[in-house]
Design a protein around this ligand. Structure first.
Ligand code: ADP
Length: 191
């Protein structure tokens, strides 16, 4: 079983790479952004609540996000391993994740941080805005998300580096080039 957290700024292509990694390793993909967006589409209570934050480019409160993730980890499929995309997003969530995993007897093997310069993030975001029409890809909302990432999410990279779990991967290149870099990480080789 391989437990993976995928970190990276908005627009770096985390969702795309997440799909490549889970297909290769045969593990479930747990994306908090995806769970929120499918609830928004379905018009659930959770979706309505999340939308009020997501559309502003701010984080959904931990009191909503963390129980949702904890509930997901009670399913059996995570025993094969997991890839978390979009959680944790701040230090409190990183501590909660440690407790959730410990409670389920699971471990985290590697935290992959995808890295790219800001001008590339902005370019990729505007392309995605045209294709997918995500409400939070408008330039002013995107700028806030980028700022949230820098101030609140980036500190958890240090938290994981201190535990020797962090692998920083260059996110600049074609989808295949970036996937190849990720899949070559020692932590992802068959155990
Ligand atoms: P990206 O990483 O490209 O910004 P995501 O799909 O991961 O996109 O997240 C979209 C939005 O969903 C975030 O801007 C935030 O509002 C909300 N969200 C997702 N995951 C979390 C989380 N762990 N904590 C709080 N809010 C979250």
């Amino acid at each position: 079983m391989t437990g993976i957290v995928l970190l990276g700024p908005p627009g770096v292509g985390k969702g795309t790479q997440a799909r490549q990694i889970v297909a290769q390793l045969g593990i479930p993909n747990i994306s908090t952004g995806h769970i929120f967006r499918s609830n928004m589409k379905a018009g659930t209570e959770l979706g309505r609540l999340a939308a009020s934050y997501i559309d502003q480019g701010t984080f959904v409160p931990d009191s909503v996000t963390t129980p949702m993730v904890a509930a997901r980890f009670t399913a059996d499929d995570v025993r094969r391993g997991f890839l978390l995309d979009g959680y944790p997003r701040n230090l409190t969530q990183a501590h909660s994740l440690r407790d959730i995993l410990a409670g389920e007897g699971l471990t985290l093997d590697v935290v992959i941080e995808l890295d790219a310069p800001e001008e590339i993030l902005v370019k990729q975001m505007s392309r995605r805005a045209e294709i997918e029409g995500r409400s939070d890809d408008k330039p002013e909302v995107f700028a806030r998300r980028l700022n949230e990432y820098k101030t609140r999410t980036e500190p958890i990279a240090t938290y994981y580096a201190d535990q020797d779990l962090l692998a920083v991967v260059d996110g600049v290149g074609t989808i295949e080039e970036v996937s190849a870099r990720i899949l070559a990480l020692p932590a992802l080789q068959a155990k």
